[in-house]
Write a protein that binds this ligand. Structure first.
Ligand code: PAF
Length: 276
């Protein structure tokens, strides 16, 4: 496994890398969810590249950029064990040198749900992923369904800018009690960790109601909220029932719908979703 820190070095390594090349972009602190992306890329591609870069432009003021968990040595061991060939781990000034001025704005899809609560977040994501796709030039890039809106934003940006990668979305990996794997789960205290599965359980409530034929989105959201309110540790930010492609809020449950939510539990802000 070759670890590369500069764009110039990556450009040099690219011609020798057997194709197709798959890219797994990450911010490090890798868990089994990331490794599922690596595994899928390994099964699909002759060369697997992963990036590790905690991207400052996708964190808002007061968010956890400076405290975001970092574990580069352990990450490199995991990537090597997962069969990764190339790791791109640039320092911040390699990605954002002095004078850097361009930003990718994906429009409406980046302004709803998470974009409404985290203004500018998806411009930061789209900008860094556009740069990674331009540097690594993968045939396929792999992202987790847990970040459903991020996947839509990246697909939009990749299509609009003709970046040419196939965007592959990999199912969410969960703990046995349903909690979606996330680097931010590390912030949970034992009590908070015990409350956290309510997030997935509330999505299962939506799934059950849908299967029972309930079509009123307000009723679905009401029952999800009722369950989440069972723990005082869960501070709900939003519950949404939206069209799975446009993220426009729905009054009536219709296929394909994305049920999603964000909640704060202690220091962690957690998101999850289910497509119905
Ligand atoms: O999902 C993430 O880890 C990040 O948002 C990504 C896609 C690596 C961009 O920084």
């Amino acid at each position: 496994m070759k670890v590369i820190e500069t764009v110039a070095e990556f450009r040099e390594a690219y011609p020798q890398a057997p194709k197709p090349l798959g890219l797994v972009p990450t911010m490090g602190f890798l868990h089994a969810g990331h490794m599922a992306l690596v595994e899928r890329a390994r099964a699909d591609c002759a060369t697997v590249a992963a990036s590790i870069f905690v991207n400052p432009t996708q964190f808002g003021p007061g968010e956890d950029f400076s405290t975001y968990p970092r574990s580069t040595e352990a990450d490199l061991e995991k990537l090597e064990a997962g069969g990764v060939d190339l790791v791109f781990a640039p320092p911040a000034d390699e990605m954002y040198p002095e004078g850097f001025a361009t930003a990718v704005d994906v429009g409406a899809i980046g302004c709803r749900l998470e974009g409404e609560r985290r203004p500018g977040h998806f411009n930061g994501v789209a900008t860094v992923v556009a740069k990674l796709l331009a540097i690594v030039r993968p045939d396929r890039a792999y992202f987790g369904q847990k970040d459903a809106q991020q996947c839509l934003v990246i697909k939009r940006m990749n299509a609009d800018l003709n970046l040419g990668a196939e965007i592959v979305v990999v199912p969410t990996v969960r703990e046995p009690d349903g909690l979606a794997l996330s680097s931010r789960n590390a912030y949970l205290t034992p009590d908070e960790r015990r409350a956290a599965p309510l997030i997935y359980q509330s999505l299962l409530v939506a799934k059950r109601l849908c299967e029972e034929g309930v079509t009123d989105a307000m009723e679905v959201k009401r029952q999800m909220r009722m369950l989440l309110e069972k723990s005082p540790l869960v501070r709900l930010e939003y519950v949404s029932v939206a069209h799975a492609d446009t993220l426009e809020e729905l009054d009536l449950l219709a296929s394909p719908a994305l049920v999603s939510l964000a909640a704060r539990i202690g220091r962690a802000r957690l998101i999850d979703n289910l497509t119905l």
